[in-house]
Every structure is written in C-alpha cells, then in structure tokens.
Design a protein around this ligand. Structure first.
Ligand SMILES: Nc1ncnc2c1ncn2[C@@H]1O[C@H](COP(=O)(O)OP(=O)(O)OP(=O)(O)O)[C@@H](O)[C@H]1O
Ligand SMILES: [Mg+2]
Length: 252
C-alpha cells in the first residue's frame, strides 16, 4: 500500500454509533472521521457525552450499535487484538493515572518493555528523550507525588507517546490543574499538534481550540450538533444551542 492510499483512510471513524446507559441515550447516531494529522477539538456542555465518546473509541466503553474503525479496520471486541489496538491509541485523562509507586522513568518504560517488548536500555533511552521533550527529564528518578500536577500530566503524555500511538486522545487534560500549570501542558499539546500528531481533544480551553484545532465538534445531548473550522464555529455558530453554550462559558 502506498502512503497516499493510507492517508485517505481516516485514522479514526465512527459510523452511526449508539450507546445507552440504562434509559439514558448517551450517544445518538455519532458519525465522525478524524484524518491523519488532524486536530479535532470536542466541546459541549457537561453530560453531553464527550467522555463517553472518547472512551468508546478505545473500547473502555462498549457501544450498542454502529461501527468504530481504526485505520479502516473494525475495533476488535476483545482479546489480544483489542489490547494491541488500544496500545495504538494514546489516552490522557483529567486525572493523571500514573503508577504511584513507580518512578517517572519506570512509568514511561513499563508499556514499551511489557507490551512492545523493547529492551530496557532502548526503552529508557527513548523515555528520556520523551521526558526531555515535555520538559521533565530532570524528574525521571522521582515518584509522581513529588511532581506538580502539570508535571505529572506532561509525564502522562510522554508515557502515551512512548507507545508510538497512531492517535492521541485527551479528555479535559488541564481541567484538574491549577491555572498556572495549564499552559505548560497546553504548550506540549501545541507542539504535538505541530509535529503532525492526530489528536482528539475534549477541552474547555477555547483559546487552545481556536489556535490549534483543525475542526471543532460541538456535542449536546449525545449528538454532534455542529462542526466546523474553529473561526467559523466560534465567530458564527449556526445553532442556538452552540450560541447558548458559548455564551455560558464566556462568563467564566
Ligand atoms: N458509567 C456510567 N453509567 C451510567 N451513566 C453514565 C456513565 N458514564 C457516564 N454516564 C452518564 O452519561 C452522560 C454523558 O456523560 P459523559 O461523561 O460522557 O459527559 P461529558 O460530556 O464528558 O461531561 P463532562 O463535561 O461533565 O465531562 C451523563 O449523563 C453521565 O451521567
Ligand atoms: Mg467528560
């Protein structure tokens, strides 16, 4: 297969995805394609299904119907294939989820050694490069509790990158951080985006969205209500729901 044809296939595609939690219809006919190198920002009110959608993409949540394709291939339901596919999608959450009793270096080398079968020496060399890239190389021997929230979140990003993911998903990666630490994490994400990483980012950071997103998706009540280029969406939202949402966050 040539690079050209590969690049025509979306890295992530959702087709008619439906999901309920009991009576709650949390994802309604979600159709979405994320192209290689694209930065997609997902915004919307609390409870609109943003996190659930992210979690379905690497099957932390099952779906009721529809299809999820990674590079054109259906997401496997379970087993080793699913584990392999999951390793190809990096995920960074609001809470940092680092292993508390392991050093920063070990947090970053564990996956490459255990899952990718890398030699320790190679995994450590690569981990140090990644830790340097996110600006925390000097913290490598510490444990997570000795780092600030912003530093921990940057380690979480390095840990995901160590698995050479096809795409990175971020679910409100800065919303648990003190204000002075938000930008240091956003800066790392901006660099990743500039480097061509395919990214899905759920965030309330509208300046980041405007500056970095190739496309903004607005969700409400489990549906994609609107999507478009950031300037177009923020300056001329087409729906009343999007206008109401943008007004509500302007007040903060
Ligand atoms: N495991 C679960 N069981 C039952 N209901 C759930 C579960 N997870 C989420 N929900 C419900 O599904 C809806 C969508 O939740 P989700 O977390 O996807 O929203 P969100 O858009 O990420 O919101 P927020 O901006 O607050 O993070 C909410 O009503 C939530 O209460
Ligand atoms: Mg959420």
């Amino acid at each position: 297969m040539t690079m050209d044809t590969r690049d025509d296939v979306p890295v992530i595609e959702l087709r008619h995805v439906e999901k309920h939690f009991g009576d709650l219809h949390v994802l309604r006919d979600i159709n979405l394609k994320v192209s290689r190198g694209e930065v997609l920002v997902v915004i919307g009110p609390s409870g609109s299904g943003k996190s659930t959608m992210c979690r379905t993409i690497n099957r932390l949540e099952t779906i009721d119907s529809g299809e999820i394709l990674i590079e054109g291939k259906p997401l496997p339901a379970e087993g080793r294939e699913l584990a392999a596919m999951r390793a190809e999608l990096g995920m960074v959450f609001q809470s940092f989820n680092l292993f508390a009793h392991k050093t920063i270096l070990e947090n970053v080398t564990l996956g490459p050694i255990d899952v990718l079968g890398m030699k320790r020496e190679d995994a450590e060399k690569r981990a140090m490069e990644l830790l340097a890239r996110v600006g925390v190389a000097e913290q490598a021997a510490k444990v997570p509790a000795q780092l600030s929230g912003g530093q921990q979140q940057r380690v979480a990003i390095a840990r995901s990158l160590a698995m050479n993911p096809k795409a990175m998903m971020f679910d409100e990666p800065t919303s648990a951080l003190d204000p002075e630490m938000i930008n240091e994490v956003l800066d790392v994400m901006v660099e990743l985006a500039r480097g061509g990483m395919t990214m899905v980012v759920v965030t309330h950071e509208m300046n980041f969205a405007r500056r970095v997103a190739d496309r903004v998706v607005f969700m409400a009540d489990g549906q994609i209500v609107e999507e478009g280029a950031p300037d177009e969406f923020f300056d001329h939202p087409a729906t009343q729901r999007a206008r109401d949402f943008l007004d509500s966050i302007k007040g903060h």
